[in-house]
Design a protein around this ligand. Structure first.
Ligand code: NAD
Ligand code: SST
Ligand code: ZN
Ligand code: ZN
Length: 396
């Protein structure tokens, strides 16, 4: 497989930033403006409408200049974008961890797919009209970058991850992207499914690094979108039995509809992790080898630790607070491995093959759809637990 280092076009890094990715250039651009509810741009299908959040915890539509295609790039008409929990988190809380901080207007969205409408010089494998999934993280691909050189490009320190501050996201009508990070969609994979390949890529990266195998008994902690795509992927890869936990009954019911054989554990907040672990073990009916942790909460990670056999592995996909504590003595005496996932590398082609080949059906995950002009409404639905949304999609 080609590594990131060979796949990235050889345009100088600085010019890539200058061309499209420097948010200060976009914000200072005369065409950039926030849109009122009656703005004429909302009626104009050529306007590059985007959805943005800011440090005042507002979410609104903005108009961005239409991107010009650069060397090795394509302009994509974005047709479908899913709202990720991190989009909502950036809007509501203004930061994720100590480094990703919303300091200005920041365009949302990194789960997108669309149609190519313009091709830049030097692009050989794609053409106008191609349908593509957008891999939102664009690593530097430079020879002096060890993660890029060795194919673990999710660790690239110079990555431009669209929608993570300071970079605007792909929840916009027109988006210029390096062609090397666009993945062609087969005819039987819809734009919505293409956009859902992003959370699927997270789950696949987790399963790959967790080392799950055919017949492995596993528990998935948390039945949010990430837990649910992890469930679909674990099921497709032959894990059995699969137990899934959540605090919310409706999410477990959703999991059961996706994979009827899954065993569910509805956790009560007052239960101690050791008690949760007993319920998980009871539900499994057999010793568990791997926990795929999809909440990031300490109590859930602790429960996962206690639920496994000697030599088991807790694989943490969830993102939690900067500091947490774990039962060291228990992990040590029971050889429990603890492992983590940060985004993904080399997963999009696999995700697309799995969807196209019929092994993973992502369609049922979409519970709500809104047109681009109503993206703000979509954000409010995604952020309100009472609405029962799993994946909110914005289409154009
Ligand atoms: N590693 C990565 O690269 C990566 C990428 C995307 C998302 N994530 C993280 O994955 C996690 C899940 O994302 P999501 O979009 O599904 O979030 P979500 O908040 O929609 O879902 C989390 C689910 O966990 C449940 N939950 C909370 N506490 C629990 C507990 N103690 N036990 C069992 N279930 C519990 C919630 O009820 C909810 O249904 C988040 O932490 C997110 O930041 C990580
Ligand atoms: O799916 C990718 C994740 O949402 C991102 O890593 C985000 O959480 C921070 O940039
Ligand atoms: Zn995300
Ligand atoms: Zn790099």
């Amino acid at each position: 497989m080609a590594t990131a280092a060979t796949a990235v076009p050889s345009a100088p890094l600085k010019s890539q930033y200058e061309a499209h990715y420097d948010p200060t250039l976009i914000l200072k651009h005369p065409e950039f403006k926030l849109l009122s509810d009656d703005a004429p741009e909302l009626q104009d299908k050529n306007a590059n409408i985007a959805c943005a959040y800011n440090p005042a915890h507002e979410v609104h539509l903005m108009n961005k200049p239409r991107p010009k295609v650069g060397f090795g790039e394509a302009v994509v008409h974005v047709k479908a974008t899913g709202i990720c929990g991190s989009d909502v988190h950036f809007w509501k809380h203004g930061a994720i961890g100590p480094t990703m901080i919303v300091r200005d207007e920041t365009g949302a969205g990194h789960e997108s797919a669309g149609e190519i409408i313009e091709i830049g010089e030097g692009v050989k494998d794609l053409k106008v009209g191609d349908r593509v999934a957008i891999e939102a993280g664009v690593p530097c691909g430079q020879a002096d970058c060890d993660p890029c050189r060795t194919g673990r490009y999710n660790a690239c320190q110079r990555v431009v991850f669209f929608s993570t501050p300071p970079y605007h996201g792909t929840l916009t009508r027109f988006h210029a992207h390096p062609a090397a990070w666009l993945h062609k969609l087969p005819d039987n994979v819809s734009f919505e499914e293409g956009s859902l390949c992003e959370p699927l890529a997270v789950a696949l990266a987790g399963l790959e690094r967790a080392g799950t195998r055919l017949g492995d008994p596993v528990v998935i902690c948390g039945a949010g979108p990430i837990g649910l795509v992890t469930l679909l992927a674990a099921h497709a890869s032959g894990c059995t039995p699969i137990v899934i936990t959540d605090l919310v009954a409706s999410r477990l019911e959703f999991a059961k509809k996706l994979v009827p054989t899954v065993k569910t554990v509805e956790i009560q907040r007052e239960w101690k992790p050791e008690d949760v672990a007993e319920k998980i073990k009871d539900a499994a009916g057999t010793g568990l080898k791997i926990a795929l942790e999809c909440t990031g909460f300490e109590s859930s990670i602790r429960a996962a630790i206690y639920s496994l056999l000697f030599g088991g592995k807790v694989f943490v996909i969830g993102v939690g607070p900067t500091e947490q504590s774990y039962p060291f003595g228990y992990c040590s005496a029971n050889e429990i491995d603890l492992q983590f996932q940060y985004r993904y590398a080399n997963q999009y082609p696999k995700a697309i093959r799995l969807v196209s080949g019929g092994l993973i059906n992502l369609k049922p995950l979409v519970t709500h759809r809104f047109p681009l002009e109503q993206a703000v409404k979509a954000f409010h639905v995604a952020a309100d637990p009472k609405q029962g949304a799993i994946k909110v999609q914005i289409t154009d």
